[in-house]
Design a binder for this molecule. Structure first.
Ligand code: BDR
Ligand code: CA
Length: 314
């Protein structure tokens, strides 16, 4: 499976990258970066660092610094640390892995070079994808599928994380996200409805570090910071592996329960970034929803299978 990974590393982004590096079924074509968990300079530096650490050969391509709603909002350092990777020491990175040009152009060129074959896994703000769509609308029909970590649709009683209504990736660029959902390409959304079933507790992370060596130990160190946030703010006894679940979906969609329908994002106001599904089975839509294509959202997952798969892969 040919994959472009669009990311804002980010601790759970790092978990997903380690996973991608271990899956023989996946041919990683590029790692495109976006502002989000840290500034664009830091997420790009982090991607280069992780690429080198995890022995990846795919290039890193720097992406959007500003989102389409033109509102600058960085995530609070409390979640991913000041450097985006839990404030671990990051040595100077080798810039040889950095591809010249922009992430959106890279997405366009790569998808056009492999029509119908590329899966885009997007686990940050949707800005690079939306820019690619604006510049080259044919990208929608040429992409095999888009898998997004983002959103919260109210299934399993799950609501937002950055606000009571909105999930962080969608909240970070609600306009970009809504444009993704208005396009005619097959999109699957892996949102908080399912990612909160993927809790990596300290025993799990310690076992991973014992059995999988240096890189898993690095993850464990990053997670010290992340765990404090989940414990103090969310009352959880482990960290949530949001982004890795989008990778699992690419390989094992049969482990997920899904719904189909039209998706919309609230673009401004108090509920900005809120996502909603108009289920296909409900039939005829309100005029404001007319013309929106149907996509897929995940509403349930076999979390135990995912954690076992991640462990055995890594
Ligand atoms: C998402 O937001 C980011 O903080 C994480 O990396 C993940 O992609 C979770 O809401
Ligand atoms: Ca992310």
């Amino acid at each position: 499976m040919k994959v472009i990974f669009d990311t804002d590393p980010g601790i759970d982004d790092a978990m997903a990258l380690l996973y991608l590096s271990k899956l023989p079924e996946i041919e990683l074509l590029g790692i495109t970066t976006v502002v989000g968990n840290a500034s664009i300079a830091d997420t790009t530096r982090n991607a280069l660092f992780l690429r080198q650490k995890f022995g990846l050969v795919a290039p890193v391509v720097r992406g959007a610094e500003f989102t389409l709603d033109e509102v600058v909002k960085e995530e609070p350092a409390a979640v991913h640390g000041h450097n985006g990777l839990g404030d671990i020491d990051i040595p100077p990175v080798d810039e040889a892995g950095l591809h010249a040009g922009t992430a959106s152009q890279f997405i366009i060129d790569t998808v056009r070079a492999h029509p119908g074959e590329v899966t885009i896994i997007a686990v940050g703000r949707m800005t690079n994808l939306a820019l690619a769509l604006r510049q080259a609308p044919d990208v929608a029909t040429l992409t095999k599928q888009v898998i997004i970590m983002g959103g919260a649709f109210g299934y399993q009683g799950r609501s937002g994380n950055i606000t009571p209504l909105a999930e962080a990736n969608i909240h970070g660029d609600p306009v970009g996200a809504d444009e993704i959902f208005m396009a005619e390409w097959p999109v699957t959304v892996v949102g908080l409805d399912v990612t909160h079933d993927i809790i990596l507790d300290s025993d799990y992370l310690a076992r991973l570090a014992d059995e999988a060596g240096e890189n898993a130990e690095l993850l464990r160190q990053m997670c010290g910071h992340y765990a404090k946030f989940y414990m103090n703010v969310m009352g959880l006894s482990g960290v949530v592996g949001h982004d890795l679940l989008a990778v699992t979906y690419a390989l094992h969609p049969e482990w997920f329960e899904v719904r189909r329908g039209a998706i919309a994002v609230v673009r401004e106001g108090l509920a900005v970034g809120q996502t909603a599904l108009w289920p296909a089975e409900r039939g005829g839509v309100h005029s404001a929803w007319e013309g929106r294509p149907h996509h897929t959202i995940c509403v349930g997952v076999d979390g135990a299978k995912v954690l076992e798969h991640y462990h055995s892969a890594v």
